[in-house]
Design a protein around this ligand. Structure first.
Ligand SMILES: N[C@@H](CCC(=O)N[C@@H](CS)C(=O)NCC(=O)O)C(=O)O
Length: 220
């Protein structure tokens, strides 16, 4: 096995890095800055849009964090993080695998509004409000689901908690997670995992997308 993961601090590639850590896999992690390095010819030859994550596994190159989750589980899971076709929780596992992106599209839009669009004059308070509300509605679904369980699947922690856990990690920058007590407790439970902590940027790391504790307080 020879794995290379292209990563930016706290981008969606954190899902892949966290899962690599959960599975105890050896991988070369190439951390790129969120900017010009994503647009180099070398990187564009791996990922046609110049985004992260991108995983190279021997002869196989994959982008899309959900596909990478599925691939890593399918190839290497020995910790019961996958639910294979035919298993009882397969449909639920697939649903949450992709629901992670339903949450993240709103985070991506808010990141664009509050960070990528540098000139405040060009930002839209209407888009920000709309996307924040849509993000909160998406988290409310988790809040209901977590009523009688600690993890998304009844059988316990699995790779889909990594996908959704990252989405909450990013979402907490744009809305106050404490208004969703169960989802918040779930996030804090996940954030205690050593594999999660090992996928965070080192203290003092540069090239971070997110440099503030949160971006919602400044809008209140
Ligand atoms: N659906 C894709 C989204 C990938 C994506 O948009 N990644 C962002 C970081 S979170 C990125 O690389 N953005 C850089 C850019 O758009 O230039 C996935 O889950 O992998």
């Amino acid at each position: 096995m020879s794995l290379v993961l292209y990563h930016c601090h706290e981008a969606r590639s954190m899902r892949s890095l966290w899962l690599i850590n959960e599975l105890d896999l050896k991988a070369e992690i190439v951390t790129l800055s969120f900017g010009d390095q994503l647009r180099s010819d070398q990187y564009l030859s791996q990922h046609p849009l110049g985004r992260v994550p991108c995983l190279i596994d021997g002869e196989t190159t994959l982008f899309e964090s959900g596909a990478i989750t599925e691939w890593l589980c399918e190839q290497y899971d020995d910790k019961n993080l996958w639910r294979a076709p035919g298993s009882q929780e397969r449909a639920e596992w697939l649903q949450w695998l992709h629901y992670a992106e339903t949450i993240c599209v709103h985070v991506a839009s808010l990141t664009q509004q509050q960070i990528v669009i540098y000139d405040p004059e060009l930002r839209s308070p209407t888009v920000r409000k709309l996307e924040t509300r849509r993000l909160e509605k998406a988290i409310e679904v988790l809040e209901q689901h977590l009523e009688e369980r600690d993890y998304l699947l009844e059988s316990g922690f699995s790779a889909v908690d990594v996908g959704i856990g990252y989405s909450l990690h990013a979402a907490r920058l744009f809305t106050d997670l404490s208004q969703f007590p169960r989802a918040h407790a779930y996030y804090l439970r996940l954030a205690e995992r050593s594999a999660f902590q090992e996928s965070l940027p080192e203290p003092g790391a540069t090239n971070r997308i997110y440099t503030q504790e949160n971006y919602w307080l400044e809008n209140e």
